[in-house]
Design a protein around this ligand. Structure first.
Ligand code: HEC
Ligand code: HEC
Length: 187
């Protein structure tokens, strides 16, 4: 039966695509992804901030300048004797407050990506987007390309803003978006 099924080249291709798409979701953990910014702050971060941990965790926070200052002071300068020039600190705080300020939405720490066994096809995804995303704005996903972690961060952000989506449907949508609006890794 299987062999007969696979004899059609298109079906075999489809099966390969589906099978290779599947393991992706389990491995792509529910963590934020922060892109290393350009400009002056890029070097400030590379010089001072990447020797112990990455930059993704910044997105767990949405704080004003004072909050960021405190995090740098207590957890870094005091606890770990981090030395930071005044100039670097100013540039860094401006970046942190702009990108992860009080009006941004912190990535939820407690989100655990559900394992999915059913996948959206294009029609189901379209119907879902119409139903769940058009209450506040038109469907915007076709303007963007992201990997699954990037899409997950976006959809979780939408849920924080009020979109009603279950964990399971988030993962179905994220898997579909990663497939049809994905990105090839750069660098
Ligand atoms: C010497 C090692 C070290 C360096 C360098 C360092 N960090 Fe940290 N950072 C830590 C440790 C350890 C923690 C966890 C501390 C805790 O939770 O008490 C942490 C926690 C954080 C957190 C909170 C993470 C979370 O999960 O909420 C942020 C944000 C952060 N650091 C930003 C920075 C920034 C910005 C810089 C550059 C100025 C920096 N770190 C440089 C060691 C470092
Ligand atoms: C409760 C309201 C609401 C719902 C429902 C909603 N969004 Fe949003 N969305 C927003 C707000 C607010 C913004 C940010 C402000 C803006 O750009 O209009 C936004 C922005 C976006 C952006 C642009 C982000 C960027 O970085 O440019 C995308 C893409 C997006 N939403 C996709 C979705 C998807 C996909 C869904 C359904 C899963 C959805 N939204 C459901 C409120 C909503």
């Amino acid at each position: 039966m299987m062999l007969k099924f696979f004899r059609t080249p298109q079906l075999l291709l489809l099966a390969v695509v589906l099978l290779s798409a599947t393991p992706g979701f389990a491995q792509s953990a529910a963590r934020p992804q922060v892109k290393l910014p350009d400009g002056q702050v890029r070097n400030v971060i590379l010089k001072n901030c990447v020797s112990c941990h990455g930059i993704d965790d910044y997105a767990f926070h949405a704080m004003d300048r004072q909050g960021w200052q405190e995090l740098i002071d207590t957890k870094h300068k005091q606890a770990r004797n981090l030395q930071l020039s005044l100039r670097d600190e100013r540039i860094l705080l401006t970046y942190l407050t702009t990108s992860f300020g009080p009006e941004s939405i912190a990535f939820p720490r407690n989100y655990v990506a559900s394992e999915i066994t059913e996948f959206f096809d294009n029609v189901q995804a379209r119907v879902f987007l119409e139903r769940s995303c058009t209450e506040c704005h038109e469907i915007r996903v076709f303007e963007h390309r992201k990997d699954m972690a990037g899409w997950r961060a976006l959809v979780l952000d939408m849920r924080e803003r009020g979109a009603e989506i279950s964990d399971l449907n988030i993962e179905k949508l994220v898997e579909w978006l990663g497939r049809v609006r994905g990105i090839n890794p750069v660098e």
